[in-house]
Design a protein around this ligand. Structure first.
Ligand code: NI
Length: 200
């Protein structure tokens, strides 16, 4: 009986996840003017890969392209950081207005030093952010980011499941767009470029 309930809960959870992802994808594809995923403004209190404490206020006036992930991730994270780097290149002269950020969902392993080596490999302008478990959890809650640390294997390593969106935050700190994983750098750069010129 217990197993049946667990299986049912799992199926229900998977179905809900599927519905949510499908709805988000449909929303993004159909939206001329993207609506924010949350009425709140982006907020965080973290530490950069250079070891400096930062909040969203330190990036006031910039557009932010934010990704949540972790450096031990083998799949989605590297391609998302590569996308951030290509978006910067495609934005050309507008690139200085955009600040790409990677916020770790694995602060236990992603110290500032570990993050520094990781993010700068993809692009010197990407800033990695980490912090205490509490501060990282606060940031993920603010962005409505899902993350779930898996069980450790025999060698002590573990995976962290996480949301795979890139979030665009405008200079007022408002959510301006969400790009699902797999959205091409060209499409993202086009959308950001359009929003930048509309804001001028
Ligand atoms: Ni990942």
């Amino acid at each position: 009986m217990r197993l049946h309930r667990l299986a049912l809960a799992w199926l229900l959870g998977m179905a809900l996840l599927g519905i949510t992802a499908a709805a988000l994808n449909a929303w993004w594809r159909g939206a001329d003017h993207p609506i924010p995923p949350t009425p709140e403004k982006a907020a965080f209190e973290l530490v950069t890969h250079r070891g400096d404490p930062v909040t969203e206020a330190d990036f006031a006036g910039a557009w932010l392209l934010v990704f949540f992930g972790f450096t031990h991730c083998a799949d989605v994270c590297p391609s998302s950081l590569a996308t951030q780097a290509r978006v910067l290149e495609k934005l050309g002269t507008a690139a200085p207005q955009l600040q790409p950020l990677m916020i770790t969902v694995d602060p236990a392993r992603d110290t500032p030093d570990v993050l520094a080596e990781y993010v700068t490999y993809f692009h010197p302008r990407i800033v990695g952010l980490t912090g205490s478990e509490t501060r990282v959890r606060e940031a993920t809650e603010r962005f409505r980011v899902y993350h779930d640390k898996g069980p450790a294997s025999t060698d002590g390593t573990y995976e962290v499941a996480h949301s795979e969106f890139l979030y665009l935050i405008n200079p007022e700190g408002e959510f301006a767009a969400m790009y699902p994983h797999g959205t091409g750098a060209e499409a993202i750069a086009d959308d950001i470029g359009r929003q930048l010129s509309e804001a001028e």
